[in-house]
Design a protein around this ligand. Sequence first.
Ligand code: OAA
Length: 165
Amino acid sequence: MPLATAEVCDANAQSITNGELRALHPIFKIYGRRPVFAGPIATVKIFEDNVLVRELLQEKGHGRVLVIDGGGSMRCALLGGNLAQLAQNNGWAGIVVNGCIRDVDEINGCDIGVRALNSHPMKSNKKGVGEKHVAVAIAGARICDGEWLHADSDGILISTTELTV
Ligand SMILES: O=C([O-])CC(=O)C(=O)O
């Protein structure tokens, strides 16, 4: 059974105080077939350009969660049905997007967890601008590559190390 985020918070008050455990602001909508997912984080920082998202999702996921800092843009989608399918087939656990997605019905059929701000029908630029595996700041929290993400119906937690009972 995955750890419930609420129980994790109740059992780790000290980690919340010292910043080892952070909750993202509740600004994300829930997509994908997995409402509960967790894994080590890979980060990517982009703006209205998703070439690096495809590059990362082409790698084997090994249960990782891709955190996409898209700067909160409401002007195009950074993830669509093809990329979500790629993520599923390559063994990613989930994708959190500080930005928009499209092909929502296809994404909701994929066996991964997806959180995003909203949907948008337009595709992004394809220039390949951005940075992989850098620290990002989204939804009120700083997130480093290699930290852990836990998502369930109550919200999304970031922890410096894997959470255990
Ligand atoms: O290629 C894109 O920009 C995203 C997309 O539509 C998909 O993954 O199907």
